[in-house]
Write a protein that binds this ligand. Sequence first.
Ligand SMILES: *Cc1c(COP(=O)(O)O)cnc(C)c1O
Length: 362
Amino acid sequence: MNASSVLSLVREDLRAFAGYSSARSSALVGDVWLNANESAWANPADPQGSARRYPEPQPEALRARLASLYGCTPEQLLIGRGSDEAIDLLVRALCEPGGDAVLVTPPVFGMYAVCARLQNAPLLEVPLLDSESGLNADIDAIIATALSGKAKLVFLCTPSNPAGSSIALSEIERVATALRGRAVVVVDEAYGEYAEQASAVTLLDRYDNLAVLRTLSKAHALAAARIGSLIAAPELIQLLRRCQAPYPVPAPCSALALAALEPASLATTAARVAEVKAERARLQQALQNAPGVRRVYASQGNYLLVRFNDAQVAFDALLAAGVVVRDQRAAPQLGDALRITVGSPAENDRVLQVLTAARAAA
Ligand SMILES: *Cc1c(COP(=O)(O)O)cnc(C)c1O
């Protein structure tokens, strides 16, 4: 499959779309910049004037650092306002409203369905299968449903939020192969840092209908900076860039992200990831033995999905102790479940204190 065929999956009316021509995107040079109606003076709150000018649309230094972090080339990477923006861009650019479908695997992260709804893209749901080994993606059903339901986008969340399961790279390859020329397979690795398995970025050279989402919001502890990455074929990245807002990356956020990608910060992040994994194992073990707990799913993320005899009682007991967890009961198959983020050791102790106390044991 050559590089142009992934563009054949893009909405026909957008293939030649040039987008907005920003003041920063042309090859102009000068030392007096009067082309963007910016102020000539710095704001008193920003004496260095670091925020006075519109930022680079795709800050080059940050793009290079993110690319090296994730193991791709800068041309394969688009920086967005969180991976949420990339999800929205993909749906808007690929799905003809009312025609091309989006496939999701519930229970799963809700933004895929929200973006599909906003685009009036039909939603195809292939439920995760619950078994001894966990809540896992049903690969054969995903392929069959995507083909019969005219999916343009297939979202595979691995590690899956909230289920915690991951999808083997060989299974991802199977989906990408089966849907070649028909759909883009989006592998959402928001929690990839906590997983044992290699990133699907390693498959990109072989499947141009594959895209990977990464973010600084979770393991890198920068949720408020809103820095997410979409990694895909350069042709697709260029096209999506033209559909994106003119200056999507605020300069203070990009500076913060660059600092977070310095070796010392990365070393601290890696140490924290290791600590979370150790705490995840401890919490899982302890919760399994807690009264009222029906099942704790193994997790490759920084959270645990837990089934309770009475999830309301557990939720209320935690809340009464000041601990807020995610109620999953409205999600399909999860009528008795809560999702608990792995916190600091002290925070996890608090969870365990509450849930091992008699009153949570319904
Ligand atoms: C948190 C989360 C995201 C969103 O990440 P941002 O980069 O903050 O937008 C994407 N996917 C999944 C599965 C998530 O849990």
